[in-house]
Design a protein around this ligand. Structure first.
Ligand SMILES: Nc1nc2c(c(=O)[nH]1)N[C@H]1C(S)=C(S)[C@@H](COP(=O)(O)OP(=O)(O)OC[C@H]3O[C@@H](n4cnc5c(=O)[nH]c(N)nc54)[C@H](O)[C@@H]3O)O[C@H]1N2
Ligand SMILES: Nc1nc2c(c(=O)[nH]1)N[C@H]1C(S)=C(S)[C@@H](COP(=O)(O)OP(=O)(O)OC[C@H]3O[C@@H](n4cnc5c(=O)[nH]c(N)nc54)[C@H](O)[C@@H]3O)O[C@H]1N2
Ligand SMILES: [Mo]
Length: 762
């Protein structure tokens, strides 16, 4: 009998055993609320979706003129490793030689897998930097708008906004949680790098037992942990800023705002108040005005504003709100609203950005650094905001605005993607398909035949974490895990590190890339950073071999002292914020000076560029899936168990379904001016009328790959979303919401094959 060995994933620590051709998974015994996503893992060992051998797209291999137009339609030829590595090395040599590093896009966005050394993004960035650099991407699909606006108004992203309020403080002190975008427990299942304890449900229950009140502002009722008493405000998607302004207006007109706090800790409030009260534009943003926009009654808005002023109130703003038109505004306006309440820095009060979106936010900080692989320096200065990938490929040389700068898109000849799935994460997939025909070469390392792999020229089979040893550790998680190899590599899969090492060897860079260390030597070398810090702090500090034997190591935590918000509150001159004024910027002169028409000097209401209309009357919420992490392991048992007739479920309000003759379980076609997809209807009153909800992550499978406007037969919402930046300030992704029409699909049902089959040219 094999023993169970420790391992870890973005959705939880666990142990695994491979026995009799089957992989068994047990959640970590210390996890009070393990994630059902663990159920997707066993399929990794034998799924037909795995990439088993290097493969090359036929048109590219044969160098046919115009072959790039065949991406996504062409056949693949399986080849051996030596030939594959030679091809990649030769092509990299050619492109770096002919065009230079500025022609290589290595942004390679994606979550890849847990594990500090084999982390795919670290590996590819290090590798490309050894070769001379690459065009990178900045920011994330998660928080494109927030990560640009927050530094202007509060200081570094992920500091004041996410490191001040803990779950312990909420359990202890919060009276009212006002959650814009809810706090969907499904999202707290995961945290990048790992999560050994899922605590959100438990902590919120603790606060509830003390009498805390929860209000969830969302088009979906179940955007809050099930079983807790929560008031649901089913608002029109995209209108949170109007609601926040309505609340702010009540505070001011009823004298409930904290003038003392505003004077001492913020700048520019008066400027904002002129707008709020309509002195500057003739339109007071009162509760009646807000009610018309967000469809929450004015009386409710007034009652909530008063309760906010009365209670120890925590305002949370989810990521989803800013993954939309003018996404900077709700993040900023949430900060202004919390400032008006004057509770920033009080225990369990104030503001927390995206609390609950990832399971470790709201936990205490680690008191020791984590092992980190050096990526070296990138010699190329050019970058794109991450969601501008299609714009870049389609418009080389064109100018674009970003955070006060006018930049230009580089001319990309080669795209190298490792650990991400743009055909999952990007919007308007028909446009992305066109953009992916532009480069001369696309190279991908993948564990599975995702749609991105099926649009590449060279596909190299990568191992999953289950096939290699690594160190599992994550921000704000106090357990470091010896992730031990559980199964042999599937097919001919190799570790990304080994693949890059062999290509580097062919380009004369083996030593620079590997520093002559084996993977195992790297693990013990990287572990040393943490060990030395633990030792210096007087903590338990085993050497690497002892850690590996034990299987896990408890890391020390810093005491919960209220974080940067408390320090600022206690003494704003000794602990000023790293903003131009040293205070919370309700008005930002910097942003005002940019002169943008889509992001002014203070937060304001902009009607969404996309509104439901008579042609596409339904809002489609394209949120994170509860049954997987993004597109990962869509072939796994848990993800599949939620499909209906092999399609992704789309939820629709019964009234909207009835008006269209749609019954529960029917296959429907969703469509708009950009594209269409099939999905399986689930009638649910948890979805506000006028709204449908289709999670991301079903692997894109076109009905006819050669069609100009392909229909996805599996249910990927990104065939419908818009590829438009949030604003000139941040250029973030706006994929959360789009508008569609839906109809019963009466045509013959094409079988979904992408999770089960990949055929090769003989
Ligand atoms: N419409 C819409 N679109 C969205 C969103 C939305 O809300 N709405 N959300 C956005 C957000 S927040 C995000 S973060 C993105 C997520 O987008 P991604 O991070 O790109 O999605 P993943 O499915 O996690 O892709 C990771 C890929 O890496 C592969 N992989 C895993 N481990 C390894 C490894 O060790 N080596 C290699 N070579 N490959 C590996 C997996 O097989 C998988 O294909 O999606 C964005 N897209
Ligand atoms: N299980 C699971 N968990 C995940 C992920 C996953 O793929 N699977 N992905 C992780 C990642 S990378 C990220 S970035 C986070 C994302 O965290 P979020 O972006 O917060 O997550 P979403 O589920 O996309 O959106 C949360 C909810 O916001 C609501 N919403 C949408 N539009 C609006 C609106 O205009 N106003 C209001 N008030 N509400 C709105 C939707 O009903 C939606 O369910 O989740 C993380 N957690
Ligand atoms: Mo994300």
């Amino acid at each position: 009998m094999n023993a169970f060995k420790p391992h870890s994933s973005h959705w939880g620590a666990f142990s695994g055993r491979y026995e009799g051709g089957k992989l068994e998974i047990l959640p970590h015994p210390g996890d009070p609320d393990p994630s059902p996503l663990l159920g997707n893992l066993p399929a990794v060992a034998d799924s037909p979706a795995r990439v088993r051998q290097p493969a090359v797209r036929r048109g590219w291999l044969e160098g046919k003129p115009g072959n790039a137009d065949m991406r996504g339609m062409d056949e693949y030829v399986e080849i051996g490793w030596p030939q594959a590595l030679d091809l990649v090395a030769k092509e990299l040599g050619r492109v770096y030689g002919e065009y230079g590093a500025k022609a290589v896009f290595g942004g390679s966005y994606g979550w890849s897998s847990a594990g500090r050394f084999h982390h795919a993004q670290s590996q590819i960035h290090r590798f490309l930097n050894v070769l001379g650099g690459y065009v990178r991407s900045v920011n994330t699909y998660s928080s494109g708008a927030a990560s640009v606006i927050i530094p202007h108004v509060l200081g570094p992203y992920d500091t004041f906004d996410r490191k001040s309020v803990t779950w312990d403080a909420i359990e202890r002190s919060t009276g009212l949680v006002m959650a814009f975008g809810g706090m969907a427990i499904k999202n707290a299942d995961v945290h990048g790098g790992g999560i050994s304890k899922h605590v959100v449900r438990q902590k919120l229950s603790g606060a509830a037992a003390r009498g805390a009140r929860f209000i969830s502002v969302s088009p979906l009722k179940d955007d809050f942990p099930h079983g807790l008493e929560v008031e649901w405000l089913p608002m029109t998607p995209g209108t949170d800023v109007a609601l926040m302004l309505g609340l702010a207006h009540v505070l001011v007109t009823e004298g409930l705002h904290d003038r003392g706090f505003l004077d001492r800790y913020t700048v520019g409030y008066d400027h904002f108040e002129n707008y709020l009260l309509g002195r500057s534009d003739g339109q007071p943003k009162d509760a009646e005005w807000a009610a018309k926009i967000c469809s929450i009654e004015a009386g409710t808005i007034r009652e909530i504003a008063r309760a906010m002023a009365r209670s120890r109130t925590l305002i949370t703003v989810s990521h989803s709100l800013q993954r939309a038109d003018y996404g900077e505004q709700p993040v900023w306006m949430g900060i202004v609203l919390a400032s008006m309440l004057g509770q920033m820095g009080l225990d369990g009060g104030g503001y927390s950005y995206s609390l609950g979106a990832l399971g470790n936010i709201g936990k205490s900080q680690l008191a020791a650094p984590l092992p980190t692989l050096s990526q070296f320096r990138n010699a190329v200065a050019d970058f794109i905001p991450v969601a501008r990938i299609a714009d870049m490929l389609l418009n080389p040389g064109a100018g674009f605005h970003y955070n006060g700068q006018l930049l230009h898109y580089p001319d990309i000849r080669l795209v190298y993607w490792v650990g991400g799935n743009p055909f999952h994460h990007h919007q308007d997939l028909n446009r992305l398909r066109t953009a992916f025909r532009r480069p001369e070469t696309i190279i991908v390392h993948e564990t599975a035949w995702t749609s991105t792999a099926r649009h590449a020229d060279i596909v190299l089979p990568a191992t999953t974490t289950l096939e290699r040893d690594d160190i599992g550790a994550a921000d704000r998680d106090d357990l470091m895990i010896a992730m031990k190899k559980l199964i042999e590599p599937v097919g001919e899969a190799r570790d990304d590190y080994d693949i890059f090492s062999e290509i580097a060897r062919r380009l004369g860079q083996f030593e620079s890339f590997t520093e002559n260390r084996t993977s195992r030597e790297w693990l013990s070398y990287l572990f040393e950073t943490t060990r030395a810090a633990l030792d210096a702090g007087g903590y338990d500090a085993p050497d690497f071999e002892a850690f590996w034997q034990r299987g896990e190591l408890r890391l020390p935590l810093k005491p919960d002292e209220g974080g940067p918000a408390r320090a600022f509150r206690d003494d704003p001159s000794a602990s000023p914020l790293p903003t131009p004024s040293g205070r919370i910027e309700i008005f930002s002169k910097t942003i005002d000076d940019f002169g943008y028409d889509d992001c002014a000097g203070h937060p304001r209401w902009y009607p969404a560029r996309i509104e439901a209309n008579h042609v596409y009357p339904l809002h489609l919420v394209c949120n994170q899936p509860h049954q997987r992490l993004h597109s990962q392991l869509d072939y796994g048992a848990f993800s599949r168990s939620t499909k209906i007739s092999g399609r992704e479920p789309v939820r629709i309000n019964p009234a909207d379904a009835q008006a269209r003759g749609i019954a529960d379980g029917d296959i429907v076609r969703l469509f708009n001016e950009r594209g269409s997809c099939l999905a399986a209807a689930v009638l649910s009153a948890d979805v506000r009328q006028g709204v449908m909800q289709l999670a991301t992550g079903a692997w894109f499978e076109p009905h006819e790959a050669s069609a100009e406007n392909a229909m996805c037969i599996h249910g990927n919402p990104n065939i419908l979303t818009r590829d438009i930046g949030t604003s000139k300030l941040a250029q973030g992704c706006t994929g959360q919401i789009t508008t569609v029409e839906a109809e019963r699909y009466a045509g013959e049902l094409p079988p979904v094959r992408i999770l089960d089959r990949m055929t090769f040219a003989q």
